[in-house]
Every structure is written in structure tokens, then in C-alpha cells.
Design a binder for this molecule. Structure first.
Ligand SMILES: *Cc1c(COP(=O)(O)O)cnc(C)c1O
Length: 372
């Protein structure tokens, strides 16, 4: 079936992780964050697999929301960045989307183009992220302006953490205090937590929590936390060994001849590279899992291939599977070796066919079912 590089998505694991998120949320509801094509897991597939349990889905923009509506998703869908121009309001209205409002210009637009159907607004405060959202002392006025509009059904009080993935983050505590102080007395549901906040900041869990990474079975923390034991990685990125050769000590491998064999070495070539989203900056020694053993990456990652040292493991054959990340090998570890975060590795996934396991969704490529 051609090039062996594949991302296998386990939708049962996704459902399992959703249940964990729901447990952590207690009586609060979970809005599954499926922006950026569900962190490359496939937004339509993931939303469909969660459709019977998820209370809502969050995406970055209207294009992503329309894809979900087209796939038949009926739950609330939240635009996390809101709308970019007033022309989107007609679609927000037609497709009954929820929208964040983070800036005055959005309130002005809504006032100028009232919607036919009452809309739920998520009013965002910049409580310390320093990016989007109303300043705390401008928040209440924004809230009052929205409440005065007949087309506004509810206003959810919302903010976003900057440092919830750091252990004992004082900054996160400070943000929560600011948020609570400036929303005191305002009625309405509240929403603060991303994955890291949901896992580590009990007191921040609100009426709505917004986990993304956690649902895909990846911990947002760089340190061991405990949550890794409960969740299951949803994506496995794998390919296969396409060449094995023995080289003498002193030979070099790959572009830039940047790695030199110190001993007679067996080099394996894996058919995956940075064009597939494997990080080019992964250093020598980054683990790759082959036949249950971990072997080190050696030499530079190229566009379509990478090289590993097979010397210390037995009997590798052409065609043996190589796992780049997944159940056997945490993507966080690879990210660390490449000087980046798992979010970026997932989002950079490219070119590889995505195949689904678990929940059956008609119309999706599920090679288990179409192979004759
Ligand atoms: C992306 C995003 C999330 C989800 O973040 P994770 O760290 O993946 O859980 C939650 N809230 C907002 C506003 C986001 O943009």
C-alpha cells in the first residue's frame, strides 16, 4: 500500500480521555477543543466520535466551525477567537455558533448587525495572559453593553491561563484572583481552564472547561505529573525500516555529515522525515521505538527519511515498524529532544495518511475495513 508512514488515530482512546476530562470537571461541562483539525487528529472524526458525550466543541475560526456543522455536529460550537469581520455574523447566526468576544470592535459590530437568533457570547477577560481579552477594569462595562442587546442570550465569563502548565504557578493563581475579583457579582457561567488548568488548578474549574491536548492523550506538563498514567495517547505516528546497512567506525551519516560512527554500526533508515512533520531539530539520541526497543536517532532528519542506530538491538528486518511517537514513546519526550512542545509536533503533522481505529465512522478512511 505504498509509503508506510501513517498516523493511526485511536478514537476509543479519545473517548476514554474525554471521560477523564469529564471526571476532572466534576459538575462542570467539557467543551472539547478541536481547533487546528483537532491538533491534526481530524476534527470531523474526533467530533463525530465524541458527538454522543461532548457538550460542545471549540474551534479557532468560522471555517473550522462550518466543517463541523457540515459533518452534522449539532452541539454548541464556540469560536475561540470570535469573528474577524462583521460579515461572519450572518453565518454565526445561521449556523447557531457561540462566539468569543475579546475586543470592543466586536461589540460594535454586533450592535450594528443584530442577529435574528439569540446568541451565547463568551466574554473574554485578559486576566494576565497579555494577549486578547478586555482589561479587567473594562470588563464589566463590556458585559453591560452585551447584556443590553436583545440578541444576546447568555454571557459566559471567560479567561485563559498563561502558565497553568508550570508547577505551583503563582501567575495562574494571580490570574484566577484577578478574574474572580473583576467578575464578582456578575451572573452567568464561568470558564477558565485549558488542559493544564483543568488538571492542576481545582479551584479554577468552572461551569465550562476547555481541554484540548488532554483529550489527545498528551500531558501539558513537562514534568512527570501523574495524569500521564490515566490518559491514552490517541495518535501513533509510525513508519517502517526501508534500508539496513553496516558501516565502519569513522563513517558519517546524513546531511552535513554531522554524525560520525564511533564503532562499526548498523544503520537503519526509516521512511519518515520533516515533510511529514517529524521535527528536523530532533537531536542525536532522540528515541525511536522499533520492535519494542528504543533506538537512538543519528544524523540529521531529512525531508522524507531519518536514520537510527540499530547496532544494539537484535534481528531488525526491512519492513519492521518504527514508532516515532504514541503509546510506546511519549510525544512529549520527542518534543523535548527537539526543543519544542507536543502541541507543535501534533499540529505540524503533514502528508502522512491518517487512519482511524476504534469507533466506526462511516465515510472515514478506515483501512481495517476497506482492505479486501
Ligand atoms: C487552544 C485553547 C484551549 C485548549 O488548550 P489545551 O492546552 O490544548 O488544553 C483552551 N482555551 C482556549 C482559549 C484555547 O485557545
Amino acid at each position: 500500500m505504498g509509503r508506510p508512514a501513517t498516523a493511526t488515530i485511536n478514537l476509543d482512546a479519545l473517548r476514554h480521555n474525554y471521560r477523564i476530562a469529564q471526571q476532572l470537571s466534576g459538575s462542570g461541562q467539557v467543551m472539547a477543543v478541536v481547533k487546528a483539525d483537532a491538533y491534526s487528529h481530524g476534527a470531523t472524526a474526533c467530533a463525530t466520535a465524541l458527538a454522543d458525550v461532548a457538550r460542545g466543541f471549540a474551534v479557532a475560526c468560522i471555517e473550522e466551525a462550518l466543517e463541523l456543522r457540515a459533518a452534522g455536529i449539532k452541539q454548541p460550537i464556540l469560536l475561540l477567537e470570535g469573528f474577524f469581520e462583521p460579515s461572519e455574523l450572518a453565518m454565526i447566526d445561521w449556523y447557531r455558533l457561540d462566539t468569543v468576544i475579546h475586543h470592543q470592535h466586536q461589540i460594535d459590530a454586533l450592535e450594528a448587525h443584530p442577529l435574528d437568533h439569540p446568541v451565547r457570547i463568551w466574554l473574554k477577560m485578559d486576566s494576565g495572559m497579555g494577549r486578547v481579552g478586555f482589561a479587567p477594569d473594562a470588563y464589566q462595562a463590556a458585559w453591560e453593553r452585551l447584556r443590553a442587546m436583545p440578541c444576546v442570550k447568555d454571557v459566559v465569563l471567560m479567561s485563559h491561563f498563561a502558565c497553568a502548565d508550570e508547577a505551583d504557578s503563582e501567575h495562574a493563581q494571580q490570574q484566577l484572583e484577578t478574574f474572580n475579583a473583576y467578575t464578582q457579582g456578575l451572573p452567568g457561567e464561568r470558564s477558565f481552564c485549558n488542559s493544564a488548568g483543568l488538571i492542576s488548578l481545582k479551584e479554577a474549574r468552572g461551569d465550562w472547561n476547555r481541554p484540548g491536548l488532554l483529550l489527545y492523550g498528551v500531558s501539558p506538563f513537562t514534568e512527570i505529573h501523574g495524569v500521564e498514567q490515566k490518559i491514552q495517547p490517541v495518535m501513533e505516528l509510525s513508519s517502517a525500516i526501508i534500508s539496513i546497512k553496516d558501516i565502519p567506525a569513522g563513517s558519517t551519516v546524513g546531511y552535513g555529515s554531522q554524525w560520525t560512527a564511533r564503532r562499526p554500526t548498523q544503520i537503519g533508515v526509516v521512511a519518515i522525515g520533516y515533510a511529514d512533520g517529524y521535527p528536523r531539530h530532533a537531536v542525536n539520541g532522540t528515541p525511536v521505538s522499533i520492535n519494542g526497543y528504543r533506538v537512538p536517532l543519528v544524523g540529521r532528519v531529512s525531508m522524507d527519511m531519518l536514520t537510527v542506530d540499530l547496532t544494539d538491538i537484535p534481528n531488525v528486518q526491512i519492513g519492521d515498524r518504527a514508532i516515532l511517537w504514541g503509546q510506546d514513546l511519549a510525544i512529549s519526550e520527542v518534543a523535548q529532544k527537539a526543543g519544542t512542545i507536543p502541541y507543535q509536533l501534533l499540529c505540524n503533522l503533514n502528508r502522512v495518511p491518517v487512519r482511524y481505529e476504534g469507533v466506526y465512522i462511516p465515510g472515514l478512511v478506515n483501512l481495517d475495513r476497506v482492505d479486501a
